[in-house]
Write a protein that binds this ligand. Structure first.
Ligand SMILES: *[C@@H]1O[C@H](CO)[C@@H](O)[C@H](O)[C@H]1NC(C)=O
Length: 127
């Protein structure tokens, strides 16, 4: 009988755990951030420890154009073993961003969007 890889991994993590609790083995990934984001300000985000490594993406939603489909781009991706990251918010004030985390099992969690407030501008590549 072939055991699905995901299930096998869960069994392994259950065995590795000292807890004998038989509640749900599904780990849920969630991410926390601050209540506001300010441009060019280092900001720390953290997420639940599920399965490293984690891939972090910053999703920027431009609010410049109103009629077209909202322009959404994945800005940066970084892979980490830790469950936190500090990011200097290099986003133009007024734009909306959210942060997405994906663990090595493919679980994802995304924050709500923030509208970036005015902080510094020295990190921005403005003309
Ligand atoms: C992020 O860290 C804070 C402070 O240590 C903690 O209270 C919170 O639960 C963490 N968030 C997540 C999603 O793990």
């Amino acid at each position: 009988m072939r055991i699905p890889i995901l299930l096998a991994a869960q069994i392994q993590s259950t065995l590795a755990s000292t807890s004998s609790s038989s509640t749900s083995t599904k780990e849920s990934l969630s991410i926390s951030g601050p209540s506001k984001l300010q441009s060019c300000t280092p900001t720390t985000f953290n997420w639940t420890s599920t399965s490293a490594p984690y891939t972090i993406s910053i999703i920027e939603k431009s609010t410049q154009q109103t009629d077209q489909d909202q322009d959404q781009e994945e800005l940066e991706m970084v892979t980490l073993d830790e469950n936190k990251v500090t990011w200097i918010v290099d986003v133009v004030p007024g734009n909306q961003v959210s942060m997405l985390v994906k663990d090595s099992k493919g679980n994802t969690a995304e924050t709500l969007s923030w509208t970036v407030e005015h902080g510094g501008i020295d990190c921005l590549d403005l003309d």
